[in-house]
Design a binder for this molecule. Structure first.
Ligand code: ADP
Ligand code: MG
Length: 252
């Protein structure tokens, strides 16, 4: 059984004029995978991530995460599920300017009423993994984009979520910071065994994954696994993008 199971997932937007954004999606993510989601602009990537993360509701279908069916949860139970089982990383970091980097990372634990001693132990651990021990007392506007995203990843991980969900995590970073952030995602996946699902339009970022699902018009178009080197996987990704009719970065 996978850590994430998606069955016959459908999302239709609108009522009078309806639009099928997800059309019968089925897939399973195994514990420890690092899966990438790619596809042309408007193909349903964000919709898929939002439905999995319970930000949005599907029209029909089933979702199972760590043997829990979030679609059956409501109110406090759903809020708790989100906080305990999921970790989120966004394109624009989503850190609070009024808090220090350390306070931002601790926020999920503070909200959950975790004891200060325990909080500090966890903070030390995640900030070491992400190499951000030296910026914990800084404000969000005193750090670089790459550092802010590393802090956002630390915040997403501090709860030991069942799955880490990231929507274009390198979208606002220069290529050097992107590389650092992707190497950290890779390390967290390999060494900490964190199951990760990332939406990206960047073939370089995608090459750090172990599998890519390509979606087109709301349906799964293709899937490829990394077999040997990251360089080869990058080439394979470009090949599928070409088949999909995209011109590399432009429409992705
Ligand atoms: P992607 O992230 O792959 O670019 P999205 O998941 O954001 O694509 O969108 C998929 C399709 O659904 C697009 O055609 C988009 O216009 C449409 N869509 C997204 N959100 C809404 C909404 N709230 N209402 C109506 N249509 C939407
Ligand atoms: Mg999107």
């Amino acid at each position: 059984m996978g850590i994430l199971e998606i069955k016959n997932l459908k999302k239709i937007y609108g009522s009078k004029v309806s639009f099928t954004a997800l059309n019968n999606i089925n897939f399973i993510v195994e514990q420890g995978e690092f899966i990438g989601i790619m596809g042309p602009s408007g193909s349903g990537k964000t919709t898929l991530l939002n439905v999995i993360s319970t930000i949005d509701k599907p029209t029909s279908g089933e979702i199972r995460i760590n043997d829990i069916k979030p679609l059956l949860l409501k109110g406090d139970e759903l809020a708790l599920f989100r906080r305990r089982e999921l970790g989120f990383v966004f394109q624009d970091f989503n850190l609070l300017d009024t808090l220090t980097i350390g306070e931002n990372i601790l926020l999920p634990l503070t909200l959950d009423g975790v004891l200060v001693n325990e909080q500090n132990k966890k903070l030390e651990r995640v900030s070491k993994i992400l190499g951000i021990e030296k910026i914990l007392n800084k404000r969000t506007f005193e750090v670089s984009g790459g550092e802010a995203q590393r802090a956002a990843v630390a915040r997403a991980l501090i709860h030991n979520p069942s799955i880490l969900l990231a929507d274009e995590p390198t979208g606002n970073l220069d290529s050097k910071s992107s590389k650092i952030v992707m190497e950290l995602f890779e390390k967290i996946n390999k060494e900490e065994k964190v199951t990760t699902m990332m939406v990206t339009h960047d073939p370089v970022a995608a090459s750090y994954c172990n599998r890519i699902l390509f979606i087109k018009d709301g349906a799964i178009y293709n899937e490829i696994y990394k077999e040997d080197s990251r360089q080869q996987f990058y080439q394979d990704i470009l090949d599928v993008i070409a088949l999909l009719g995209g011109r590399d970065n432009e429409v992705y």
